[in-house]
Every structure is written in C-alpha cells, then in structure tokens.
Design a protein around this ligand. Sequence first.
Ligand code: SF4
Length: 389
Amino acid sequence: MSAPILRGWCPGAYRPMASGDGLVVRIRPPLGELSSSQAIGLADLARRYGHGIIQMTNRANLQIRGVAESDHAKMLDRLVALDLVPHDSRLDAQNIILDPLRASPSNDVQAKIAVALSEALHDPEPISLPAKFGFVVDTGAARRLGHISGDIRIEAHRDTLLVRADGCRMGRPVHSVTEAVSNALMLTRWFLETGGVNAEGRGRMADLIASGAVPPEPLRGTLPPNPAADPPLPGPTQNGYCVAAAFGQLTSDDLHFLADCGAPWMRLTPWRMMFLPIVELPMGFPRASTLIADPLQPLLRVDACPGAPACPQASVETRALARKLAPSLRPQETLHISGCGKGCARSRPADVTLVGRNGRFDLVRHGTAKDIPDVCSIAPDTVPDFIYR
Ligand code: SF4
C-alpha cells in the first residue's frame, strides 16, 4: 500500500467525501446542539441513507457514512429542513467549537460569541479560510477545550474575555462580545495577510506563530487564559450527564435513546461523548448499544479509525481488533489502531500504536502512527503475542 493521501480538506454536508463505503457527510449543527426532534430526524436519515451509524468527530461534529451519491441531494434537503445544515452552502464549512459543558442558558456568553462570529465571518462576503482553520470559544473559569485544535481562541482571564492566537501564550483582553468578535476577525485577516496559507491552501495559526510571526500590537496578548481542565469522563457532571460511545460511533438506536431520555437538548463534545443537560442517570441502554457510562471502560482508552473496508486507504480491519484487545489493556494504557500511516483517529502518542500496511500491522510503542515502528509486518492474528509478550 502506498503512502497515505493527505487530502487537506474536510468533508461537509454540501461537499461530502468519497470513501470505500460511499459518501461521508459531515454535519455541523448550530452551536453544537441537537434538539430531540433534530436528533431523531438525524438518526432516521442515518438509517435510511447510510449504514445507520453516526460518527462523533474530535471537532464536535457528526458524520454519516455510506451515503449513495444518488441519495445525497435528498438527504441534504432533509438536513436543511431540520435546521442542521445552513441554507447557504458557503456557510457550511465554519469550524466554531464551544465548551459543551458550559452552564445553560440564561446568559450564554459563549453562544452569543459563536453566533456573532458566525455572522461576521460571512458578512458581507464569506472569508475564505483553510479547511481545518477553526475557532474555539472556551470562556469558563476552567478551560475544558485547552487541548482541542483551534486557531483563534476566545477564552477568559478570570472574568475578562481574551482573544488569543493559537501558539501564543497570552491573549488580548476585550470587554464585550462585540469586541471579542471584531478582534477575532482582525486576527483572522492578519493570519491571511501574513502568509498563513500555503500554496496548497493549507495553514494553521500555530505554525505561523512558530515561524516567528508576531501579531501587531493592538492584537498582541497580555494576559494568560484561565487554567486548563482535564477532559470530562462519562457519567454525572455538575449540570448533566456525559455518555460516551465506543470509537465515537453512535447507532441510530443509540441516538433515538438519547433523544428520549429527558434532556431538553443534547450537546456534541470533542471527546466522543454527548452531554445531556439536566439528566441525572439515563437508564437502560438499547441492545447492541455502543454507549458507555462507565468511566473505567477500557474502550475509552482505545482509538481506531474505520479501517477496511470503509476507508479505501486501509488494508486492514481495525475496530474488531480494537474490541478484542481492549479488555487486555493494562490500567491507564492507551491503544491506537490505524488503518494506515495517516493516523486519522489520534494525533497524540499512544502507549501502543498499530499501523496497517499491506494487510499486516507495524507496531509503534509510545508514539504516533507516523513514527518509526518498533516491530514491522505483524500478521493480524498474532498481534496480541507481540503486544503482551
Ligand atoms: S488512518 Fe484510517 S481512516 Fe484515516 S486514511 Fe488511514 S485508513 Fe483511512
């Protein structure tokens, strides 16, 4: 198998990506929220037009796989009717992540910032940005999204809002939602005008800052953001309940169940979990559910991309092997199984990484799918011998 193809763009609802099992349609629900009726509508669309699977991404989006090209337009119409996808295709690519566990919703500053920013990014004309360029809105006393990818970060120092370029330690204090949005836009324009985007149309703020670029004085940071918090675990939280799904993959039945378990709406998270505000304990997961409420479940420490046959770049099956190996993981041990060297499911190092190549696996210890393997070309059925010998 040849080297993985770097596509440099992300699928959307209007611009799905072809995969081994049909189109991948990515949905970015407004404010990362689903009402019960939207969740049920989405679950039914996944069953009708896809494989009945809804994937949660690490950008707090959702993906439906396996959509036939001939069904795409019909499905898109339904997604627009559900208000899950904008009417204007040019607005489909905005990446704005909010803290999903923020308190609700009497004075939701984060939602106000996200709505105003979304409007400003296409008024009067959409600003053209690299596909992976994104904004993080994370203004709580503890930053929950500190480890989540984002190029411009709207955070807080105590109660003061900050706008921070990713890669800079300090953020610029601002004093209103309006000022936060206008500073974020100025920083975006500075990124574009300073050569942040390469000839292939790719670019990230942290790379620009690492190259030595310094934002102009009016945008330069002077205060550090609030301390970062650990990502939440499945189970009860201060104001609701988090439910995880193995590999971030919900079945249509799972989504029906979550829509019906008493929360007024649910929020997508970048941690392969749904957050259900107000709910104390959802009972009775459906049969064959992928849902996880136990924070000690070993599958929470396993990342595996769809692998073969879903992804054309994979020569190995990944998730069945992941389920087989998970119960044998040592306490705290992390496992990443990647269908190829691209490593889509995890960019951080794992204790054990298995990388598919020519129908066999390479083994990397304490690294990523892109690192030099410790052991090469292991037959799939002998993988446990190599990991645990
Ligand atoms: S890492 Fe997995 S999902 Fe990504 S391109 Fe390779 S096989 Fe496909």
